[in-house]
Ligand binder design. Structure first.
Ligand code: MTE
Ligand code: MO
Length: 377
């Protein structure tokens, strides 16, 4: 069975599917630490986890360069011998928060809550160093294709691509990672090497990386061509044409309330009747979170959260922000209160208010206000 060699997983990861293994941590734990503990980091596998030994591992790089030996093959030692670079980056699945979008109308895809995201410090070699050394020249019409060692039943590998301009940009911080939060990458997260594409949808962060190709076209894999794309709310399965939509790359601004959780009974902290609300916020493309607003009265009054974030250079805010807000609960609120959160990024993009107008048949890009109904005790 191809499933005979799956790794052990933490008991707190709640599977959305077991084969392939897909799971998210309890959302209440997610905003407790700025760096998500490796064993609680969500897992999104499309196929069985490949078995790869460090000794046998090889990465093939087809750069299209005529000046250097091409393709270039690097083993693990050679990748580790390259200058080591670290980047704090959140990885978020394109389908994070899909279960909220489904409430408008059914969508196809794993029913993720708001936990298909994690924030980690990734370390490895810079892809731009490797490509430049190979003589790859900037060319805005080109793409970089990544292939994994995980194969589908027809022996096609998991694959995805990004624009060459992102891969070559030193500020893009794309790395061939072998460490996650200072530990060797685990099998579920791509051992021994995965590509980290900061600010870009999870699907392009290819795990168990075996091949890199600089190409004139995007990856022709299913996941680049016929998945991870957005559509109009009026597009249905009879009218959808995947070739007409752009593949998702940078993700839109989003946030989620991690505590309290839906249905919780919350007691105001003190005599002045405030409740404490915590969560995360993130935007793609290196955009920083500049503000998170909360309301408990459907937007009549808003309260600005305090942010915890890394002090990154402009345009390289790849990590998430955690936030804490104290919300006043008035007598007139009654015992049922709905808390709403919306984040604003450094381009002043803001989350849309509701899912109705961003609904899409695959349930991706589900970034409307996060709304949590609680009971005031
Ligand atoms: N890479 C390979 N080789 N196979 C996969 O199934 N899943 C992708 C991406 N890279 C995938 C992959 C998707 S859709 C996401 S969201 C992220 O990996 C999840 O990364 P994680 O499991 O480390 O959280
Ligand atoms: Mo994903």
């Amino acid at each position: 069975s191809p499933w005979a060699h799956e790794p052990q997983r933490h008991a707190l990861l709640k599977p959305a599917s077991k084969r392939p293994f897909n799971a998210e941590p309890p959302i209440g734990l997610l905003a407790e630490q700025f760096l998500t503990p490796n064993e609680l980091f969500y897992v999104r596998n499309h196929l069985p986890v490949p078995v790869i030994s460090a000794e046998e591992y090889e990465l093939e790089i087809e750069s299209g360069s005529s000046k250097k030996k091409d393709p270039l093959t690097l083993n693990l030692e050679e990748i580790k011998a390259l200058p080591k670079h670290s980047v704090t980056a959140a990885i978020m699945c394109g389908g994070n928060r899909r279960s909220e979008m489904t409430k408008v109308k059914a969508v196809k895809g794993l029913s993720w809550g708001a936990g298909a995201v994690g924030n980690a410090k990734w370390s490895g070699a810079r892809l731009c160093d490797v490509l430049r050394e190979q003589g790859v020249q900037p060319d805005e019409s080109k793409h970089v294709i990544f292939e994994g060692a995980d194969l589908d039943p027809t022996s096609h590998p998991y694959g995805a691509s990004i624009p060459l301009s992102k891969a070559l940009d030193p500020r893009g911080d794309v790395i061939l990672a072998y460490e996650m939060n200072g530990e060797t990458l685990s099998r579920d997260h791509g051992y021994p090497i995965r590509v980290i594409v900061p600010g870009t949808v999870g699907a392009r962060n290819v795990k168990w990386l075996t091949r890199i190709v600089v190409a004139d076209k995007e990856s022709d894999s299913h996941w680049q061509q016929n998945d991870y794309k957005g559509f109009s709310p009026s597009t249905d399965w009879d009218t959808v044409d995947f070739s007409k939509s752009d593949a998702i790359q940078a993700m839109p601004v989003t946030s989620a309330i991690c505590t309290p959780q839906p249905g919780a009974r919350v007691k105001p902290d003190d005599d002045d009747g405030h409740i404490t609300v915590r969560g995360y916020a993130w935007s793609g493309g290196g955009r920083k979170i500049v503000r998170v607003d909360l309301t408990s009265d459907e937007g009549k009054s808003w309260h600005v959260a305090e942010l915890e974030q890394e002090d990154s250079p402009d345009g390289r805010h790849y990590g998430w922000s955690l936030w804490t807000a104290r919300l006043p609960i008035s007598e007139s609120s009654g015992s049922d209160v709905e808390i709403w959160a919306k984040a604003v990024d450094s381009a002043y993009n803001v989350q849309p208010e509701k899912f109705e107008h961003i609904w899409n048949l695959r349930g991706v890009l589900a970034n409307a206000y996060h709304k949590v109904r609680v009971k005031i005790a």
